[in-house]
Design a protein around this ligand. Structure first.
Ligand code: NAD
Length: 264
């Protein structure tokens, strides 16, 4: 059968372990014939990421801290030594001080606001800036966002403000790079239990709430995010750019769930 990503080369950023959303995406892309490279943050993660990469037939595993311009330059320089052309990138990276992912948004500090915006928003722009130079028409970039960008969600706080900016940056870059045939999109994933998610206050309750109140009456899996990523990164999504695509069991459309109302 024909594979959707045969002959495509993609860089996956943000793989920490086999619970990462990046892992769900990488697996689905590899299943569809894509050739992959990975970046990871800090030496401690290498022993986790390298074996996962190997499972998908990749030995291109490069360290990169997206907060550092030099580190980003080195990543793309090294990637360029392996590949002369890049077809897609996946940015599955976000960070904020865990202490401020609980309590009130209004208490966010200036330092954490700047750091959260830098790592969770600007890093995608910095990555796309460099990746686009290696891409031709048909190139595609994808980032991960959350409904907390659009509506107030408990504990999401400064991360919600950052995701709103990230989604706006997707639209601006879609316009900038559309002329070159490069597409830029985001997937707004429903809650999934990952390392990053476990830093959010009451995350188990958020998971349960989404399970009970989403139209599909369940949570989504990292594999389901992976399948939507294949659509957006492959030729299936050739007419789609600047989009924030919800993979959330429909949760984003709910105003109020239908239940048998009590007599009042
Ligand atoms: P994860 O912990 O598996 O991945 C987060 C990754 O960000 C890690 O690999 C970490 O190393 C990386 N990272 C953080 N700071 C970095 C830096 N300075 N340089 C390089 N890498 C850095 O968690 P995840 O849930 O898979 O998160 C991936 C993306 O998905 C994030 O943007 C997150 O906000 C988004 N998202 C997650 C959920 C969810 O419920 N898990 C829902 C919607 C969106």
């Amino acid at each position: 059968s024909m594979k959707l990503m045969e002959g495509k080369r993609g860089l996956i950023m943000g793989l920490a372990n086999d619970k990462s959303i990046a892992w769900g995406i990488a697996q689905k892309c590899a299943e569809q014939g894509a050739e992959l490279a990975f970046s990871y943050q800090g030496d401690a993660l290498k022993k986790r990421v390298a074996p996962l990469a190997e499972r998908l037939g990749s030995n291109i595993v490069i360290e990169c801290d997206v907060a550092e311009e030099n580190s980003l330059d080195r990543l793309f320089e090294e990637l360029g030594q392996h590949w002369d052309k890049l077809d897609f990138i996946v940015h599955a990276i976000g960070f904020s001080d865990k202490e401020q992912l609980r309590g009130r948004y209004v208490d966010t500090t200036r330092d954490n606001f700047a750091m959260t915006m830098d790592i969770s928003v600007y890093s995608f722009t910095a990555v796309v800036q460099r990746a686009a130079r290696m891409m031709g028409p048909g190139g595609a970039a994808l980032t991960l966002t959350y409904y907390g960008a659009e509506r107030v969600m408990p504990h999401y706080n400064v991360m919600g403000v950052a995701k709103a900016a990230l989604e706006a940056s997707v639209r601006y870059m879609a316009e900038d790079l559309g002329k070159d045939g490069i597409r830029v999109n985001a997937i707004s994933a429903g809650p999934i239990k990952t390392l990053a998610a476990s830093g959010i206050g009451d995350f188990r309750y958020i998971l349960k709430w989404n399970e009970l109140n989403s139209p599909l009456r369940r949570n989504v899996t990292q594999e389901e995010v992976g399948k939507a990523a294949v659509y957006l990164l492959s030729d299936l999504g050739s007419g789609v750019t600047g989009e924030t695509h919800h993979v959330d069991a429909g949760y984003h459309l709910v105003g109020m769930k239908a239940v048998d109302a009590p007599d009042i």
